[in-house]
Write a protein that binds this ligand. Structure first.
Ligand SMILES: *Cc1c(COP(=O)(O)O)cnc(C)c1O
Length: 462
């Protein structure tokens, strides 16, 4: 399958208008008075109350998207469970909203298991994925009664067998198969090619599955795959991968090995710019067409599809810097108080995020191209190039769209920039769900060796 080409920029494919961006996002509305609203709450009000940068999530978008996925799977006649990939957004409030909808979880660390348990998602509805599960993490997951561990190597299977039998338990285990299909997504988030670090090679899987059945402390329950993230090229890559899984299930069953369920992974993409990802009904249809005849329960591990469109990152304009002759006359830099340490996706994956002014006046003003940048000392700290934006004054507010997944979770404190605040909106209510970190918080986490303390401080200059 050919990788989709990056969206060509320019006259043939201009950036979507502010109106189009808003129209495609049901949680957002431009109010003539209050400016951009998320659900019923003016985002400018949140920015005033908590400052910027700030992440804001729409609870009803999380609920609606979880429900749409569940309905699509049910509509296809599948017996399916949804395990939200907590790494996309592991905020307690977000996890609680999804827990209340009945979501299970997909976790990749003990920290995430602590988070999902604390939010009320039972271990019995949680899958543990990842190439490097540590012994203490495996023991913790088993002690909590984890639903399934997805093994990614022969070595890990032996390790889990030893830990589980030492605890007098049986680990419910699935093998993560690498189907060697190209998900057609960004190289850094493609995971189902033979050369990627993930999963067990297709041809090695049956033998390892038999090995699991023979080992103490292990109960083989099925096979799993996850071919990549932000998949937008239709469902052909899914069909190819799931077709191979179906083939493998039949092979295993023919060998007399028990297979109870198939874990279909996550990866369904969302439209950031003008991508047209498959709707959940198409994904459900692809599962039904390939795996349906097996009559086994299936699992899905969506992260981005549920949380991405539910969040925005609010930022303030620090200043507009006009390019000089040498930088290219007419080049305009909009310098924001948000940076790559907050939202890493543009610098990391060349990702495109919609950027909307919050003010109804700015949203209607004449547009001209601007490079949107943060204050971090790296040229990579660029959110957008030649983006049509109105003239912006210091203090003007903008929102980065679709920042609910792989946003706050990937933040760092690079440049000693404290982590931004997070806010949940639910109808006409809103609340801070993580206060902004303070510079004092950053210092308080550090320790100075006593021999350096004893030396005291040198004068600045001698
Ligand atoms: C990251 C991940 C997911 C979620 O991916 P999305 O693209 O956010 O849907 C699901 N399963 C596994 C094993 C993952 O590593």
């Amino acid at each position: 399958m050919a990788a989709p080409l990056p969206a060509p920029q320019g006259a043939d494919n201009p950036d979507p208008s502010f109106e189009d961006l808003i129209a495609a996002r049901p949680a957002l509305r431009m109010d003539a008075q209050d400016g951009l609203l998320m659900e019923e709450v003016p985002l400018a009000r949140i920015a005033r109350e908590v400052g910027t940068p700030a992440w804001v999530y729409s609870a009803n978008t999380l609920r609606r998207r979880y429900g749409a996925l569940r309905d699509a799977l049910k509509g296809a006649g599948l017996s399916a469970s949804i395990h939200y990939a907590a790494k996309a957004n592991d905020s307690q409030a977000v996890l609680r909203v999804l827990a209340a909808e009945g979501a299970g979880a997909d976790i990749v660390s003990a920290g995430e298991l602590r988070a999902t348990l604390a939010a009320g998602i039972p271990a019995a509805a949680t899958v543990f994925s990842g190439v490097g599960k540590q012994a203490h993490e495996i023991a913790f997951a088993l002690a909590e009664g984890i639903f399934q561990l997805n093994a990614e190597s022969a070595e890990e299977i032996e390790m889990i067998s030893a830990i589980a039998s030492g605890m007098g338990l049986e680990a419910p285990m699935s093998i993560r198969v690498n189907p060697d299909v190209d998900a057609g997504t960004h190289a850094k988030i493609t995971t189902g090619r033979a050369e990627n670090k993930f999963g067990i090679a297709f041809d090695d899987a049956p033998e390892l599955y038999a090995r699991m059945a023979a080992l103490p402390g292990i109960r083989p329950v099925g096979i799993a795959t996850h071919i990549g993230s932000q998949i937008t090229g239709g469902v052909s890559a899914y069909r190819a991968a799931y077709g191979r899984l179906a083939e493998m299930v039949r092979d295993l069953q023919a060998r007399g090995l028990p297979v109870r369920r198939v874990d279909c992974g996550g990866g369904l993409g969302i439209p950031y710019r003008d991508e047209v990802p498959a709707p959940p009904e198409a994904l459900a249809g692809a599962i039904k067409a390939t795996l349906g005849e097996l009559g086994l329960p299936v699992m899905l591990e969506p992260g981005r599809w549920i949380a991405g469109p539910a969040g925005v990152l609010l930022a303030s304009v620090i200043l507009q810097k006009q390019g000089t002759q040498k930088q290219g006359t007419g080049r305009r830099f909009v310098v924001l108080d948000a940076a790559m340490n907050d939202l890493a996706r543009p610098s990391m994956y060349d990702a495109w995020h919609g950027i909307l002014p919050l003010s109804p006046i700015a949203a209607k003003a004449a547009l001209s191209p601007a490079d949107v940048v943060g204050p971090v000392c790296e040229s990579g700290d660029t959110f957008a190039r030649e983006r049509p934006l109105p003239m912006l004054d210091p203090g003007d507010l903008v929102a980065f769209l679709d920042a609910g997944a792989y946003g706050a979770v990937m933040s760092s404190t690079y440049n000693a920039r404290p982590l931004a605040a997070e806010v949940l909106v639910d109808g006409n209510r809103h609340a801070v769900i993580r206060p902004r970190q303070t510079p004092e918080d950053l210092l308080a986490q550090q320790r100075i060796p006593d021999w350096l303390m004893a030396a005291g401080t040198a004068p600045l200059a001698s």
